[in-house]
Design a binder for this molecule. Structure first.
Ligand SMILES: Cc1cc2nc3c(=O)[nH]c(=O)nc-3n(C[C@H](O)[C@H](O)[C@H](O)COP(=O)(O)OP(=O)(O)OC[C@H]3O[C@@H](n4cnc5c(N)ncnc54)[C@H](O)[C@@H]3O)c2cc1C
Length: 225
């Protein structure tokens, strides 16, 4: 589907992280973990970027979660960070095969804005009565989507949060990351692993899955760039 939608709400969901809720076009279907191409004209130049759905469903509205790079924000994420309700956006999609398919257990490794699909899948799986484990490496000292992560933890799911904010000196992932991944991998056939984030995080997370003896070929991995 290639269409124009109205922004219904924008909400700060953490430092340099905004959730944008758009109207869902008639007949639009998508799964959490799939992504959209969003197009806009900024200073007379046409830009297109991809954003992963962060709502558990798209029945009435579609939510995406946009991270604004703490060290060097680019043009499109800054544009989305400043967008107002009532504005329109051109979207195409959904795209991607790395979405939630109702597995009994979802283990999601999320880096930076990868927290969007993590809470989308987490909420969908939890609502369906399935188990959720999220290992999230935040780029900011305060993690994004704390309200939804707390609700998932309160519902009995396993939520582990690290930060690589500059004062921690910990690199792409902290030293404890591999242990946290290993603790959450059960290896049961009902388990589906997911990895969402930028390239450096994908590499670190894939290494952690391998170290934990998890089949990385079976993991659903979306590289943000
Ligand atoms: C399949 C797919 C799904 C994506 N889903 C999301 C999503 O759900 N949410 C989201 O925020 N972005 C997502 N992205 C990234 C998004 O499309 C843009 O690349 C991002 O918003 C930066 O665009 P920009 O114009 O602001 O900066 P650009 O100038 O295009 O970005 C410059 C570079 O900065 C780096 N970068 C940007 N932001 C960050 C960050 N937060 N952490 C680390 N490095 C960063 C990237 O390496 C990028 O190539 C996704 C990308 C792909 C390919």
């Amino acid at each position: 589907m290639d269409t124009t939608v109205t922004v219904e709400e924008t909400q700060s969901v953490g430092p340099q992280t905004v959730a944008i809720t758009m109207e869902s076009p008639p007949g639009f279907t998508a799964k959490p973990g799939q992504f959209l191409r969003v197009t806009a004209s900024i200073d007379d130049e046409e830009y297109a970027r991809f954003y992963t759905i962060s709502s558990p469903d798209v029945d009435d509205t579609i939510e995406i979660t946009v991270g604004i790079d703490p060290s060097d924000a680019g043009p499109f994420s800054q544009y989305l960070a400043d967008i107002d309700s009532g504005s329109t956006l051109s979207i195409a999609g959904p795209f991607g095969q790395h979405y939630y398919e109702n597995s009994d257990r979802a283990v999601i490794l999320a880096g930076g804005p990868g927290i969007g699909p993590a809470v989308g899948i987490g909420d969908a799986a939890d609502a369906a009565g399935h188990e959720v484990a999220i290992v999230y490496v935040s780029e900011t000292a305060t993690p994004a989507h704390r309200t939804r992560l707390t609700a998932l933890a309160d519902a009995g799911n396993d939520i582990t949060i690290f930060t690589t904010a500059s004062d921690s000196q910990s690199g792409v992932v902290p030293p404890e990351f591999n242990d946290a991944v290993a603790d959450n991998i059960t290896g049961t056939p009902a388990e589906q692993t997911f990895v969402y984030g930028f390239e450096d995080f994908i590499t670190a997370a894939t290494d952690a899955l391998e170290a934990a003896g998890s089949d990385t070929e079976a993991a659903k991995i979306e590289n943000f760039g």
